[in-house]
Design a protein around this ligand. Sequence first.
Ligand SMILES: NC(=O)c1ccc[n+]([C@@H]2O[C@H](COP(=O)([O-])OP(=O)(O)OC[C@H]3O[C@@H](n4cnc5c(N)ncnc54)[C@H](OP(=O)(O)O)[C@@H]3O)[C@@H](O)[C@H]2O)c1
Length: 331
Amino acid sequence: MAQILVTGAHGQVGREVELALLQAGHRVVAAPHSALDITKPDHVLSAVLDSKVDAVINAAAYANVEKAEDESSLAYSANALGPRNLARACAQAGIPLIHVSTDYVFSDRKHAPHQEDDPTHAECIYGKSKLDGENMIMAAGCKYLIVRTSWLFGRFGRNFVKIMLTMAQERRELAVVNDQLGNPTPVRPLAEALVKMTECVLDPDFSAWGIYHYCGYQPTSWDEFARAVFAEAQRMEVLPHEVNVLSISSSDFKSKAKRPQDSRLDCTKIQEVFGLTIPYWPDYLGEVITAYVRERQGLPPVTDYDPIDLSAATTPEQVLVSNAPGPARLS
Ligand SMILES: NC(=O)c1ccc[n+]([C@@H]2O[C@H](COP(=O)([O-])OP(=O)(O)OC[C@H]3O[C@@H](n4cnc5c(N)ncnc54)[C@H](OP(=O)(O)O)[C@@H]3O)[C@@H](O)[C@H]2O)c1
């Protein structure tokens, strides 16, 4: 059993990572934004050193691609300085950092799945800030895994699947972009993959540090993704009516952030090094739609999940420790 610090623990990925760690028998120091702001170097250092963890998984980020265009300093603080602070703290503690990054570090110059060592070129503030974060981790002198992933949809938090379902409650036709290609990625298997990778790096003989790609099989466009969501929701009888998806081009979609035209990721390396299998993303639509329905009924998205009670944990020095699903206690 290892003890792992999870930052951004109340985000879409952070929640699933905490659950996956607990299910694998590990002890989790779950640090949501309210308990640990990763932009504060002193707080990060004391959280890493005081919690005596074996590794850190960073699921914290400023992840709103559109808003980042107007809030670039917030985006750079969370996505670049935050990972730098974590990496420096991990270097000082002598423990590995497992960091989640994004396909948006690529632009549309390669019309094939991107490999880890392909040249990066981010075009929006979110992508640029995440790329800076990667570079700062690599410069910090810690042992690290950077795991780039894409188009996440999970049971917790907000994502494309839930947004489509919400919009479909009141509309029979939705216009969705058809000229951006990427790989939808279900968050639950991503979290399980991060746990397996963390277990591997805790082996003293592990040496394959670096950047990895992890995403769902197979690539698609946003409009096809939306059609798959509605087909599954229809099959599950959770939509009040049929929804027609109208395909439009990016130029017809009002957006400040320039998104990559083709951000497909090649996952060969992560499969070879860690023996992971890549999830067929349509298989996971059902559980995310079920989570959406439960949330609309005022229930937690997952049946056996009790949200952590944060009422006592409002100062940055405080981190939460849990070793079983359910309310955590302060360390
Ligand atoms: N969502 C996607 O489609 C996608 C695709 C590729 C890669 N990723 C990457 O996946 C990772 C997780 O994203 P996600 O989808 O889980 O996003 P999310 O649901 O927005 O979760 C991010 C969490 O980080 C927290 N956070 C923000 N600033 C922080 C700070 N300064 N210190 C500590 N915590 C902070 C947020 O808290 P508040 O909400 O309270 O601010 C939130 O709980 C990120 O690295 C993201 O770049 C996401």
